[in-house]
Design a protein around this ligand. Structure first.
Ligand code: AOF
Ligand code: ZN
Length: 375
C-alpha cells in the first residue's frame, strides 16, 4: 500500500531497533562526563531481514561519540543502511568532527533519531546537514524513552542544574529510619542492589550531615564488578561537622568526596578536610542551610548532570520543599518499624502529590515506584 510521504513512515522494525539503541545507550550512563550517553545502531537489510552491522555508544569520558564507532564497525556495510541514533547527531567541530558529516560520508540512506539535541551548536543543525545530503531523516522516534535516560543532560543543558532524583525507603508504617540506631535496612537485599545500580548510573550522590553522622555511610557502589562506578559523594554540611574519622572522609582518596559548607565555615576545619582529600564547595547558606539553587548551579557548572539524594528526612524535605526534585525513587517495605522506634517523614505523601508514577516493580517483598514530576 503506497501513500504520500510513506517513505518517512516508521515501521515496527524502526521501533524495535530504536528501543534496542536506547537500551544500549544505558551502558555508559554516568561515565560520559558532560556528554550524554548516546547510542547508534547501523542496520541493513540485504533481503533476509534487517541485521545490525555496527554499534556504538558514547565512549567513557564522552569521546568518541557513538556514531563514528558504529560507522567504523559497519565499514562498507553502512552504505545504504539505516542509522538509529538516540540523540540528534552533532553538527559542530568539537574534539571530533561532526557526526552528521560522518553519517553523510559513510553513505547511510536513512537516519532514525529519538531526542533532539538542545545544545545550541547542534539543535536542528544536525538534521539539516543530513537532509541537505539527501538522507531521509525521521525525528522523534521513542523520543520520550530516550529523553528519560538523558534527563540529566537535558535538564543541565536547559536549566543549568543537574537532574535531582530523591531516593526514599519507607517502612510499611511510613518510617524512614529507626531512632538512634545508626544504619538500619528498611528494605531488602534486592532493593539495595537496585539502589547501588542507581548510584552507578548517577554522577553524584548527596546526603545531609544528619545522615552522614547517624549512619556513617560509604555511599559507594558495591555491586560486584561495578565498584569502579561509584559516583562523586556530596555532603551538605554548613558548619563542617563531618569527622575526619568518618567512613566518608577515610575513603576520600579512593572515591571523590565533596563537602558543601557555608562561606563562613571554620577555615581550619576546611583545611583539615582538604588535607584528607576532600573538596570543599563554599556555598551561600541561609539560616544555617546550604542554598540549594546556588549549589546545584555550581554542580552543573562542574559537569554534574545527575544527583541522587539519599537522605535523610530533613534533606529530602528541603529538596522537595524547594521544588528541586525531578524524580522520586520510592522503595516501600512490607514490614513495619513501629511509631515508638521509628523516624517518620511527616510530609512525604503531600509532596508526592505533585508527582505521577512512571514505573513500578517488585523487588522481593519491597515495592518500588518511580515518580516523575507532573508537567
Ligand atoms: C553525538 N553523538 O555520542 C554524543 C553527542 O565536547 P564534544 O565535542 O564531545 O561535544 C559535546 C556535545 O556533543 C554534547 O553537548 C552533545 O551536544 C553532543 N553529544 N553527540 O553526535 C554522541 N554524546
Ligand atoms: Zn557527535
Amino acid at each position: 500500500q503506497s501513500m504520500p510521504g510513506a517513505s518517512s513512515a516508521i515501521s515496527a522494525d524502526d521501533l524495535r531497533f530504536m528501543a534496542a539503541a536506547i537500551r544500549f545507550s544505558r551502558r555508559h550512563l554516568g561515565l560520559t562526563g558532560t556528554n550524554p550517553s548516546v547510542a547508534t545502531l547501523i542496520v541493513r537489510d540485504d533481503g533476509d531481514g534487517p541485521v545490525i552491522v555496527g554499534r556504538g555508544v558514547t565512549a567513557i569520558g564522552g569521546r568518541p561519540h557513538a556514531e563514528p564507532q558504529a560507522i567504523a564497525e559497519a565499514g562498507e556495510k553502512a552504505r545504504g543502511a539505516t542509522a538509529y541514533v538516540t540523540l540528534e547527531p552533532c553538527a559542530h567541530h568539537g574534539r571530533t568532527p561532526p557526526c552528521a558529516h560522518a553519517l553523510v560520508t559513510a553513505g547511510v540512506a536513512r537516519v532514525v533519531a529519538a531526542a533532539t539535541d538542545p545544545d545550541d551548536r547542534v539543535s536542528g543543525k544536525g538534521y539539516a546537514i543530513l537532509r541537505e545530503a539527501g538522507i531521509e531523516v525521521v525525528e522523534g522516534v521513542l523520543a520520550e524513552k530516550a529523553a528519560d535516560l538523558m534527563a540529566g543532560y537535558l535538564i543541565r543543558s536547559c536549566r543549568k542544574r543537574p537532574e535531582v532524583t530523591l531516593k526514599l525507603a519507607v517502612s510499611a508504617d511510613g518510617m524512614i529510619g529507626r531512632k538512634g540506631e545508626g544504619q538500619v535496612p528498611i528494605t531488602g537485599p534486592v532493593s539495595r542492589a537496585q539502589v547501588h545500580l542507581m548510584r552507578a548510573e548517577a554522577d553524584a550522590i548527596l546526603v545531609g550531615i544528619g545522615t552522614a553522622l547517624a549512619d556513617d555511610p560509604m555511599l559507594t557502589c558495591r555491586l560486584p564488578g561495578l565498584e569502579h562506578r561509584s559516583p562523586i559523594r556530596i555532603v551538605l554540611d554548613s558548619d563542617l561537622r563531618l569527622p575526619l574519622s568518618s567512613a566518608l572522609v577515610l575513603s576520600a582518596s579512593a572515591v571523590p568526596l565533596w563537602i558543601a559548607c557555608g562561606a563562613d565555615a571554620d577555615p581550619r576545619k576546611k583545611q583539615a578536610l582538604i588535607d584528607a582529600g576532600c573538596r570543599i564547595l563554599a556555598t551561600e547558606s541561609i539560616n544555617g542551610r546550604i542554598a540549594l539553587p546556588e549549589l546545584l548551579e555550581d554542580l552543573a557548572a562542574q559537569g554534574i548532570a545527575t544527583v541522587m539524594v539519599e537522605g535523610g528526612a530533613k534533606t529530602a524535605e528541603y529538596f522537595l520543599g524547594e521544588g528541586l526534585v525531578d524524580r522520586i525513587a520510592l522503595f516501600e517495605s512490607a514490614d513495619a518499624i513501629g511509631t515508638e522506634q521509628g523516624l517518620a517523614m511527616p510530609d512525604v505523601h503531600s509532596h508526592i502529590g505533585g508527582f505521577r508514577p512512571s514505573r513500578e516493580a517488585h523487588f522481593s517483598a519491597d515495592r518500588f515506584t518511580e515518580f516523575m514530576r507532573k508537567p
